[in-house]
Design a protein around this ligand. Structure first.
Ligand code: URA
Length: 431
């Protein structure tokens, strides 16, 4: 008979767990026959001793099997998906989905909500009047077959073991473990049914991975797990030391996404979406080379087919297409101005994300409600020249007193006298 204590001791002493042992502990945890304290001890042993690629693959499989998997076999063609480890101002899904759908890729996207300093795609989409994210599965499949794209909310039945493990890791200091992160992310991606996946692994302040070495290890492991399950996985390692694009806040990010789809977006966001999009389009077999995919994407932006696809998605899910010139309504827009001249040396994404959250753009706890109109629009980013008294950021505000937030936003910028070089956003691509 298998016993949890033996499994804990085995991992404590740095031996390799078998597929049976891993299944035993996940099944036992989900059906409550194994208590939190034993799982906590095992998680800490995994944190210290790691896992082999094979163990991580078995863990992914066990988490995946703990719940439903989405059946997308009714969709013709390869399904693509993209996952980001969470960023401030990260509206890539809003841009990428319509962009690759307009190239013919099938986007059957399940998204989540935001918590804390990072926003969620579902909240951003729900800031569009009438947009419905609760699609029945037949409707979801039909919409992808009809217009190549649908975005719906994740159900609680997807990888329930991951929800339980994540909550436990959160309070036992075992979140930043590469095999635990990899199996957590990959189990959900595999459960959502995509054939072609691009992962965006962020590094920097406020991201899970602090160094390029760790990001590389995590990326390689996720690509390996994906391959073991016959999926085509590519990982981008990207820098998240500053927010992506200019806008942070729900409606503000929807506007920025539409402008990016029309070719008028911020350079960093535009380039990232074109690069990730090229891999999705190429890896789903639409083009022979990445270069051709990049060309096709650029054409869809210029011809406005990409932004028309976003409108099609909005209408298909019951939403009203935003009027770009009359969309955001707040009591005030406050300019945050620089106290000195120079160059922006750094711009703390975490501070900006937390500030936007406190303004009402995000949730501090699960039950908070969001003010869809508020947020922050950056006017300067790392490497930009700034004059004294020049605007660093605009705050779209509905609160009575935001003196503290203005201080936080000002403090998020570090200005120096010396010229600062702009850093590349995409650091590495791991295939
Ligand atoms: N994102 C996840 O989904 N899981 C982790 O463990 C870390 C980041």
């Amino acid at each position: 008979m298998m016993r949890m204590v033996d499994i804990i001791e085995k991992k404590r002493d740095n031996f390799t767990l078998s597929r049976k042992e891993i299944n035993y502990f996940i099944e036992g945890y989900v059906n409550s026959s194994i208590p939190d304290y034993q799982v906590s001890a095992l998680l800490m042993a995994i944190y210290y001793n790691g896992m082999t690629d094979e163990e991580a693959t078995h863990l992914t499989e066990a988490i995946l099997k703990s719940g439903d998997t989405i059946d997308l076999s009714g969709i013709d063609g390869k399904k693509v998906d993209k996952h980001s480890t969470g960023g401030v101002g990260d509206k890539t899904t809003l841009v990428l989905g319509p962009l690759v759908a307009s190239c013919g890729a099938k986007v059957a996207k399940l998204s989540g909500r935001g918590l804390g300093h990072t926003g969620g795609t579902l909240d951003k989409l729900e800031s569009i009047e009438g947009f419905n994210i609760n699609l029945a599965s037949e409707q979801f499949v039909k919409q992808v077959n009809d217009i190549n794209i649908a975005v719906a909310g994740q159900t609680a039945k997807l990888a329930p073991a991951d929800k339980m493990l994540y909550a436990l890791r959160d309070v036992t200091g075992t979140v930043p473990s590469i095999p635990l992160i990899a199996s957590s992310i990959m189990s959900k991606k595999l459960a959502s049914g995509a054939d072609v996946i691009v992962l965006d692994v962020k590094i920097g302040e406020g991201a899970f991975m602090k160094t390029i070495e760790d990001a590389r290890k995590l990326s390689k492991l996720m690509v390996k797990i994906g391959t073991n399950f016959d999926r085509k996985v590519v990982a981008f390692i990207t820098d998240m030391s500053e927010p992506l694009g200019f806008a942070v806040g729900n409606k503000l990010e929807v506007l920025e996404a539409i402008r990016t789809l029309q070719g008028n977006g911020p350079d960093d966001l535009q380039n990232l979406c074109i690069e990730i999009g090229s891999y999705l389009v190429h890896n789903s077999g639409i083009t022979e080379t990445i270069k051709e995919a990049r060309k096709m994407i650029q054409k869809k932006i210029t011809s406005l087919e990409a932004s028309d696809k976003f409108k099609e998605l909005i209408e298909a899910q019951g939403g009203k297409v935003p009027d770009l010139n009359d969309y955001i309504h707040t009591n005030g827009i406050i300019a945050v101005k620089s106290e000195q001249a120079g160059y922006v040396k750094s711009l703390n994404a975490l501070d900006i994300g937390l500030s936007a959250m406190r303004l009402g753009a995000g949730r501090e706890t699960k039950d908070d409600t969001i003010d869809m109109d508020v947020g922050i629009v950056l006017n300067k980013k790392v490497g930009d020249k700034v004059e004294a008294d020049e605007v660093l950021a605009y705050v779209y505000n509905n609160k009575a007193d935001i003196t503290e937030e203005i201080k936080t936003i000002l403090g998020a910028f570090t200005i120096t006298e010396n010229v600062v070089e702009k850093k590349p956003l995409i650091l590495e691509i791991i295939e």
